[in-house]
Design a protein around this ligand. Structure first.
Ligand code: AMP
Length: 301
């Protein structure tokens, strides 16, 4: 275990950085034995204000907060995408500390997957929920994600874990896996942090050229136009047409899907009756970068 000392707002916060599963588990077991509640934020590093908002929320609600910082190879179909993923551990430790975390777990790949590059024999697959939307264009992605989330939460033990609504399908899959596998974990969904023009913060945004970055704001505009269509009495088809029409105005952006779904099972919304919780989902390619976003059409948040 190494200890980093980080200055935050005039005070000094000590953050322990551990790189073994046993060390991660032992540390959180100690905290619980001392009567402290544990919050866990799972990340792939390259921390930005969106991640920081999860850590701050965890720190408001839990006595100790751990951040995991692990670029999970099993959720990447594309080896180049994996090798291009930004790795900024030192800066991440600073962000985690400044946001209220006291522990960062940053393991090497073969600590999480013994025998790597042989893939694990046991994986977690959440049927139906993982097959739609992002699952169509990224086969295997959600199995890799669900597998590492379950491994990390099993190592963390009893806790509250904080996930961004930014990745709405991921959040639904994690909730379902935690329920189905009876993990002693409360999953908390947190609002999406956005730039001034509405673009959801993402580590992928840094790969956008300036013109693409400006064009990317169309995703949020499309979600708002979908919300306006619903408020004006539109059915699912009208809402989806409104979103697609907005994206079509932006030549640098190619729509993958724009959908109005039931917020619980992510199936296309059969109707838009007030009793049905709804979500707008959107995915598009902006130059070489694939971006996703979503919105509660009744709250515009
Ligand atoms: P990642 O490291 O990108 O896989 O994300 C780690 C966690 O941060 C996930 O729960 C994401 O949903 C969450 N997250 C990513 N971007 C944002 C954002 N803009 N606002 C809120 N949470 C986010």
């Amino acid at each position: 275990m190494t200890a980093a000392t980080t200055a935050t707002r005039g005070t000094t916060a000590a953050v322990a950085v551990v790189d073994t599963l046993a060390g991660f588990t032992a540390r959180l077991d100690d905290e619980r034995r001392d009567g402290r509640t544990v919050g866990v934020v799972l990340t792939m590093g390259a921390l930005h204000r969106g991640h920081a908002s999860l850590v701050r929320r965890a720190a408001e609600e839990c006595a100790v907060v751990a951040v995991t910082d692990f670029v999970n190879p099993t959720q990447f179909a594309d080896a180049t995408d994996l090798s291009n993923y930004p790795r900024t551990l030192d800066a991440d430790v600073e962000v985690a500390a400044a946001s209220g975390a006291s522990l960062v777990f940053a393991p090497p790949v073969d600590e999480v997957y013994p025998g790597w590059p042989d893939p694990p024999a046991t994986t977690v697959s959440v049927r139906a929920l993982a097959d739609r939307w992002e699952g169509v264009s990224r086969p295997g992605h959600f199995d890799g994600m669900a597998t590492v989330v379950v491994k990390l939460l099993a190592a963390a033990g009893r806790c509250r874990t904080y996930f961004g609504e930014k990745d709405f399908q991921q959040l639904a899959i994690v909730r379902r896996a935690v329920t189905d596998l009876s993990l002693p974990v409360d999953v908390v969904g947190c609002p999406t942090v956005r730039e001034g023009d509405g673009l959801a913060l993402s580590s992928r945004n840094t790969r956008l050229a300036p013109a693409e970055r400006a064009a990317a704001a169309v995703l949020h505009r499309a979600l708002r136009d979908g919300s306006a269509s619903l408020a004006a009495g539109g059915d699912r088809h009208a809402v989806e047409r409104a979103m697609a029409a907005t994206v079509a105005e932006e030549p640098l952006v190619t729509l993958d899907y724009a959908a109005l779904v039931d917020a619980r099972d992510l199936e296309p919304a059969a109707d838009v009756s007030p009793a049905r919780p709804l979500r707008l989902l959107i995915a598009a390619a902006v130059g070489p970068v694939r971006l996703i976003d979503n919105l509660d059409p009744r709250r515009s948040a």
